[in-house]
Write a protein that binds this ligand. Structure first.
Ligand SMILES: C[S@@+](CC[C@H](N)C(=O)[O-])C[C@H]1O[C@@H](n2cnc3c(N)ncnc32)[C@H](O)[C@@H]1O
Length: 349
């Protein structure tokens, strides 16, 4: 090899190694925060652990900075190498457009009508809603927005909220403590504390649920999204999982679908992309329609994952064997697994 080529190879290898190390450090911090919160909620109870967590301003700020760097420097760079379909942000944008602009909404309106053998009057109500929908931009609530990745979409009127906003256009708001009632209300220090019900066309949970420390609180997030959505509106959930499609299907696909049907959410779309699950739930006009779509014979109601009002994630079961009471001491073995699974998200391969 001539010396110039050797120098270039050395430089490229060194830069790559540095990027991988930074990437590992960032991913480790993110996953460590989630793990610590889950562990603390077992020790202090979820409400107390959450209270302590949101009081840690410096840590929340560091998390936001790590997340922004991961998403915009590591993952964004790599998602242009892979097909754009692999980017969760592009996936969400495309699905919202498909649903609202290319007949998705009508298809499921009709599905509900046929499941409910609805009256003409009900059908007319649905048609009226469709007509009014297209007169304006779509109202989108992005929960756990961090750096407002959906801001540039011209069809969207986005309300980005986060407990620790990275950018100034993101509104400070704790979704767990947000009241859903009649109007948009801010506290004296500028925090969003109330939103009106039935106000949004779509609610986005992109990499949010694994941050929420326990199954009950995750369920209450989904219930809140339901209350905030207009009828026929959709909740889009992205959750990471580096395992193959079938590995966590019972939890993420089957149990979420069954549990959320009782709220009135009909799962309209599920896709396993490499390292992420992507799901869409529609807020039904008729709760019964969502329940009727489930094949209850296939569901073992004694299985813990089907417990009412709880949304489980695979990590709830992994940590059961862990003895660590403090996540600063998350075992190295698990740390490595955590880091590698986060690193393998398609946005950063
Ligand atoms: C892993 S990041 C995902 C950021 C972004 N959605 C994305 O896909 O790149 C999770 C975000 O959720 C925010 N978050 C967690 N719990 C929240 C809550 N209860 N209310 C509002 N934001 C929350 C965190 O501060 C963090 O910015």
């Amino acid at each position: 090899m001539d010396t110039n080529l050797e120098k270039t190879v050395y430089y490229v290898e060194k830069t790559e190694k540095k990027a991988t190390e930074q990437h590992k450090r960032l991913a480790n911090f993110i996953k460590g925060t989630h793990g610590q919160l889950r562990n603390n909620s077992k020790i202090y109870g979820a409400i107390e652990a959450w209270k302590r967590h949101i009081a840690e301003k410096e840590k929340l700020k560091e998390y936001a900075e790590c997340m922004h760097k991961l998403a915009t420097q590591h993952w964004a760079q790599n998602s242009t190498v892979l097909s754009l379909n692999y980017s969760r942000i592009e996936w969400i944008k495309n699905q919202i457009k498909n649903y609202f602009l290319y007949q998705g909404v009508e298809k499921f309106d009709n599905k509900e009508i046929s499941l409910m053998k609805s009256t003409l009057q009900e059908q007319e109500n649905i048609e009226l809603r469709i007509k009014t929908l297209y007169n304006s931009k779509l109202d989108i609530l992005d929960v756990g927005s961090c750096y407002n990745p959906f801001e540039n979409e011209s069809f969207f009127n986005v309300t980005p909220i986060d407990i620790a906003p990275y950018s100034e256009d993101v509104i400070k708001c704790d979704f767990l403590n947000l009241k859903v009632d009649n109007q948009k209300t801010f506290s004296n220090d500028g925090e969003l504390i109330e939103l009106p019900k039935n106000a949004f066309d779509a609610v986005i949970f992109s990499l949010l649920l694994e941050y929420i420390p326990c199954p009950k609180l995750r369920f209450s997030c989904c219930q809140k999204a339901f209350d905030l959505l207009k009828f026929g509106g959709i909740l889009l959930i992205i959750t990471p999982d580096s395992k193959h499609q079938g590995a966590n299907t019972k939890i993420i696909n089957t149990s979420w679908k069954a549990t959320l049907s009782k709220v009135g959410f009909m799962r309209t779309h599920y896709e396993k992309l490499p390292h992420i699950h992507c799901l869409i739930f529609r807020k039904c006009f008729f709760k019964e329609a969502a329940i009727k779509r489930i094949d209850w014979r296939k569901i073992c109601l004694n299985d813990e994952v089907f417990t009412e009002n709880k949304i489980f994630i695979p990590q709830d079961f992994q940590s059961r064997t862990e003895k660590d009471s403090d996540s600063n001491s998350i075992k190295e073995r698990d740390d490595k697994k955590i880091v590698s699974s986060f690193m393998q998200l398609p946005f950063n391969d």
